[in-house]
Design a protein around this ligand. Structure first.
Ligand code: DX5
Ligand code: ZN
Length: 227
């Protein structure tokens, strides 16, 4: 196991009526980052939260906000999410006309730039921008909803990106999002992932289970860990 793996719980699976408390609880349970799924009902068939909610959550934790934008158009809203307290801003290439420009825009706002690849989007989409990004997000489900099953073909994409990142020799995070649980987390870490997003698997069981849920994703056996 790679001890450096970052766990980024997706608050999409949290109790939306108590989001501030949920963010504090998942922080205290050992989350490394907080994954915030922003959906517009246009780029993806679901609507979630906007920059106002990100700003309202910011005082509840010091952990980095890993903001996953599933919105189109994209460029109009980058500044609003940066101002709201995002640390990493991840975009989909299909959500805007000029990916290179969008990446540079995020960096000009002083934020880390990520690019998300849908299950059908090839790794080679990044050939000419990989050196510019801080994070690559491999979607192991189609974006839009939590609770979907892991798409196994994405393991090959993770392995290919691992090789490309290693060849480049830059500290680019390789994050995986969708259907991550204690079994699939093993597979993606072995394939070369350095960060895992998980909604269902981190928030199931309520706050008393969060710490064990996160430890399980890291590959730490709860019973052994409790001794
Ligand atoms: C899906 C989102 C994911 C989602 C993951 O569009 O990007 O972050 O919350 O949910 P689980 O972990 O339940 O598959
Ligand atoms: Zn996400």
């Amino acid at each position: 196991m790679q001890p450096t793996v970052h766990i980024s719980p997706s608050i999409l699976s949290a109790d939306f009526a108590r989001l501030g408390e949920e963010v504090r609880a998942i922080d205290e349970a050992g989350a490394d980052w907080i994954h915030i799924d922003v959906m517009d009902g246009h780029y993806v068939p679901n609507i979630t939260i906007g920059p106002g909610v990100v700003k309202a959550l910011r005082p509840h934790t010091r952990k980095p906000f890993d903001v996953h934008l599933m919105i189109s158009p994209i460029d109009l809203y980058l500044e609003a999410f940066a101002d709201a307290g995002a640390d990493i801003i991840t975009v989909h290439p299909e959500a805007g006309p000029h990916l290179h420009r969008t990446i540079q825009h995020i960096k000009s706002l002083g934020k880390k730039a990520g690019v998300a690849l849908n299950p059908a989007t090839p790794a080679k989409m990044l050939d000419y921008v990989l050196e510019d990004v801080d994070l690559v997000l491999v979607m192991s489900v189609n974006p839009g909803f939590g609770g979907q099953s892991f798409i196994t073909s994405q393991l090959r994409k993770i392995e290919a990106l691992r090789r490309s990142i290693d060849k480049l020799g830059k500290p680019i995070e390789l994050e995986v999002d969708g259907g991550i649980d204690r079994e699939t987390s093993r597979l993606v870490i072995d394939a070369g992932a350095t960060a895992l997003v998980a909604g269902t698997a981190t928030f199931r069981g309520g706050p008393s289970a969060y710490a064990d849920n996160i430890r399980a994703l890291r590959g730490i056996n709860e019973l052994a860990g409790a001794q």
